[in-house]
Structure formats: C-alpha cells, structure tokens
Design a protein around this ligand. Sequence first.
Ligand SMILES: O=C(O)CCC(=O)C(=O)O
Ligand SMILES: [Fe+2]
Length: 292
Amino acid sequence: MRLSLEQIISYQTEGYLIVPDVLDGHDLQPVIDELAREIDGRARRLFAEGKLKALYEKEPFERRYACLYAECPEIGKGLDIRSYLGEAMFRLLGHGKLVDVVECLLGSELSCNPIQHVRAKVPSKLAADEPDYFQNVPWHQDCAVTSPDSEASEIITFWMPLVDATAETGCMEVMPRVFKQGYVNHRAEGGTTIDPDKLPEAKPVLAECPKGGLVIMNKYTPHRGIGNRSDIVRWSVDLRYHKTGAPSGRSSQPSFPVRSASEPESVLRDAGEWRRLWQAVKDDQGRQLHRV
Ligand SMILES: O=C(O)CCC(=O)C(=O)O
Ligand SMILES: [Fe+2]
C-alpha cells in the first residue's frame, strides 16, 4: 500500500496519521502465535514454581495474558521485543507492506530504529497497585527517549495494535499540530512525561485504530495511552524508522537497514544476526540515553 497525497499532507500537517488495513490477519498471525508461545513458556515456568494455580490454556490470545496476570503480575516481567527476539517479530519489523508505507514518508534508504516495543495493556481493573508506565503511558513526545544527537533526525513512530484499539480497550490520544513547537521539557518522575506546567493546551484526539492498521506519529507529537476499560488485553507493537545513516537516538543499540534502493543487498534478512546484535548490547543502555 502507498499513502495517498492527501494522507501524506495530513501527516505533515497534523503530526499523526491513522491508516487502516495496512496488514491483514495473515500478516499478523505469526507474531501473535510467537507471542502466545512466549506467554505459554512464561506461564509454565511460573506454574512449576507454584506461582500460578492454572495455565488458562483454553483462553484466546486476547484474554489469556489477563487471566495469568490477574494471578501473577510477574508473567509480564521484562516482556518486550528485545527480551525474546522472535523470528516472526523480526519479519514484521521489515515487512514489505509496512516498509512501503514508511517509504512514502522517508524515502528509500530506511532503517528500523532500535526503539521497538510490544505492550500488553491489561484491563485497568486488574492493574497492579504500583503504576506501570510501560502499559499506561503518560503524555510524552517520543523524542524524549532518544539522545539529543538525533535532534535533526526524522524518527517516525509506527504504532500497530494486535487487537482493535478503541476508547474502551485503551487506544492512544494524540495532540494534533503541536509537533511544530519541537521538544517540550519532560521529567522522569511518573514515567518519562511532559512537565505538567508545559503541557500544550491542544485538544487531544482519540487515535482509535483497528487491528491491521497503523498510527503514525511525528517524534514531537504529544501522546499518551488511555486506560483499558475492556476485558481483553490491548496488545500492540510500536516501532520507529529513520533514514539510514541518520543518528538513531540510540547509537549503542542496533539499527538495521530494511530497504535500500541504492544497495538492496544491505537489507538485513537474517534474524540470527539481528539477535546477535541485540545480545551484544548491555541491558540498561537505552534508559541512559533518555533526555531525562
Ligand atoms: O501503547 C501505548 O499506549 C503508548 C505507546 C507509545 O507511547 C508509543 O508507541 O510511542
Ligand atoms: Fe510514545
């Protein structure tokens, strides 16, 4: 799929764009199956340790993690793309249908940025007493978690839900047009978030997005995740892309080419190599590169 001129202009004017039907169920199923296996493995370990009373094997993907989490929040400890480094997830990062959309905004020399997450936002009623800012993300701009040497880099966020993201399941809210102001001061307390007295006054827009769609955001667009009032887990993946060679904002973590018109053979197709690149990174380096 290519973005239309209207969509490109809308992205450039508003600082975000919602694009439905980029991927179909068939494209997403390998990632969902891989996540389901990861959750199953975690559940079996916790069950063996006596921390879970049941495995909830009959529950569908959208529900099982919530059932497990309700009994044992440890199921989600450290759960992210870089912790399990799945082959299907690697294929999604460079998926042709996704990269075609990226190309419409950034040209044909493209790298996948190392800031990449999978999030399992559980129903709010199950949320632990301790706030979890990875699941319930407060107002921020994505540039706040990049190093300042990437200020001039266009790093675009591609957020995609693995279930329908609605006001009920806990989609994002975005502030349109505000990106033109550039970086707004953030603070680390309360999850990397915009200083409350600096919060722009723009009226937020609900960024509902069906499964298979994308929410694309400028790195200066303020956004947050709203609460999950449903009974299902709001699974989502958020990725970022930048032009190959531009500072990624995470120089100590692996970026890799996903498209190149000038050197097609430079595109990384080997999931094993991607894993090795991540395994060579020390654990806490990403956090140190945040601005606050
Ligand atoms: O998934 C969410 O609710 C927020 C994610 C986010 O902030 C991002 O993808 O940049
Ligand atoms: Fe974000």
